[in-house]
Write a protein that binds this ligand. Structure first.
Ligand code: AMP
Ligand code: ZN
Length: 143
């Protein structure tokens, strides 16, 4: 299985071909400061093994990546004085993914920092949630 992609900017960062501000470096994961931070301390956590999107990862690979989050979040909050973080993963170009190597954004948050989403919450029509659940559960049953 391919573990790096010669054209991938994040694989190049891990190979040392592109410089980065390294935050964490382990056998299975790497974290570094985002070059265009939404806030000071904005960090990207990535798997060492190249995967384009979350659904391309094995469950074990996803779990190995996520296990670094608690300590990393503590370190970033302690270093920045942030009182919270947003953990985001833009999955697919329609969701804002620009770099095709899975990455978790950890964005430090402070009161009044002005960051935010347009969170256009909606509602379900009658029966819509039930038929949706049927399709999701049906898919999961075939796995
Ligand atoms: P996304 O839109 O979720 O794919 O986010 C890609 C992120 O990678 C953006 O926040 C960029 O600022 C960041 N980025 C791109 N190139 C580099 C780089 N060479 N070093 C650090 N961060 C980078
Ligand atoms: Zn890559």
């Amino acid at each position: 299985m391919m573990t790096t992609d010669a054209d991938c900017v994040f694989c190049k960062i891990m190979a040392g071909d592109i410089p980065s501000h390294r935050v964490l470096d382990t056998e299975d994961a790497y974290a570094f400061l985002d070059i265009a931070p939404l806030a000071s301390g904005h960090t990207l956590l990535i798997p060492r093994r190249h995967a384009r999107r979350m659904e391309d990862m094995t469950p074990d690979a996803a779990a190995s990546l996520a296990r670094h989050l608690p300590t990393l979040v503590q370190a970033i909050m302690s270093a920045t004085g942030a009182s919270g973080v947003n953990i985001l993963q833009n999955n697919g170009s329609v969701a804002g993914q620009v770099v095709d190597h899975v990455h978790l954004h950890i964005v430090p948050r402070r009161d009044g920092d002005g960051l935010g989403f347009r969170w256009n919450a909606g509602t379900y029509a009658a029966g819509e949630a039930e038929s949706l659940l049927e399709r999701i559960a049906g898919y999961l049953e075939t796995r």
